[in-house]
Design a protein around this ligand. Structure first.
Ligand SMILES: [Zn+2]
Length: 263
């Protein structure tokens, strides 16, 4: 599942390999994959003849700016199974819960460069999408670099479960299911608590662990490399204290936590 560390790897790949190459054409065979009223002819006309100038990321949204002063920004969302490929190389080796295979029928969107290379989105389950000039202001601050004040503002006075609020992209961008469970486990916080009910010390602890979790998982190679993950299954026990983990749906997502040290 591409979470922030995977999309950051895609950003790095695009930044290293896709910039300053003239776009010759665009293949957008899957109308479902084009979001916000976009169609294949419009996205092809918008990008053809341009070059990407910068690869940026806000949360799980990858942004590719184009040249010409008024060039559009291409926005790529990777959903549950999306991978970015440039000239046949992938940004990550593999993703949890999906195939590593590279099949032509999973090419949902392809930018062909004049030099013969291409940038592609492979997405077996088609839950990602392509946007033109996405509304960047709809996303909260990026979770990898959010400040303590930014996290405090994201939690606000919300009565939503803490985990749900962390994953709400309009308040904080980039936290997915695995990072949320890992960060809350490390911080010793129950994912069901009202988000606005944390003490100042708990918000500081969450901030520290959230940043460290994202940095660790990025270094280790992806969102599936957490300490909790191998135990996130029936019969799994907390790797810190051995307590059997509890599973429930929180914020619409399968959630695992330790009833002993997360409170
Ligand atoms: Zn525990």
């Amino acid at each position: 599942v591409p979470e922030l560390p995977e999309v950051e790897a895609y950003r790095a790949l695009a930044g290293a390999r896709a910039l300053d190459r003239a776009v010759a054409s665009v293949d957008a065979p899957d109308a479902w994959y084009l979001k916000g009223g976009l169609d294949a002819a419009v996205v092809a006309a918008a990008l053809s003849g341009r070059r990407f100038t910068e690869a940026r990321r806000i949360g799980k949204l990858l942004l590719l700016d184009t040249d010409g002063g008024d060039g559009p920004t291409l926005g790529l969302r990777f959903g549950m199974t999306g991978r970015l490929m440039v000239d046949g190389d992938a940004g990550v080796d593999g993703l949890l819960y999906t195939s590593k295979a590279d099949r032509p029928e999973w090419d949902r969107f392809t930018v062909r460069f004049a030099d013969g290379g291409r940038l592609r989105m492979q997405d077996p389950r088609r839950l990602g999408g392509v946007l033109l000039d996405p509304e960047e202001g709809l996303l909260g601050p990026d979770a990898a670099s959010v400040t303590l004040a930014g996290l405090r503002a994201a939690l606000g006075r919300s009565t939503s479960p803490l985990k749900a609020r962390l994953m709400h992209q309009a308040h904080l961008a980039g936290v997915g299911n695995l990072i949320a469970d890992e960060a809350l486990w490390r911080a010793g916080l129950d994912p069901r608590r009202p988000a606005g009910g944390l003490t100042p010390a708990e918000v500081r602890r969450l901030h520290r662990h959230l940043l460290a979790t994202i940095a660790d998982l990025s270094t280790r190679g992806g969102s599936h490399m957490g300490d909790l993950l191998p135990h996130r299954r029936g019969g799994g026990a907390c790797p810190r204290d051995g307590t059997p983990l509890v599973r429930a749906t929180v914020g619409g997502r399968t959630t695992w936590w330790c009833p002993t040290h997360q409170d």
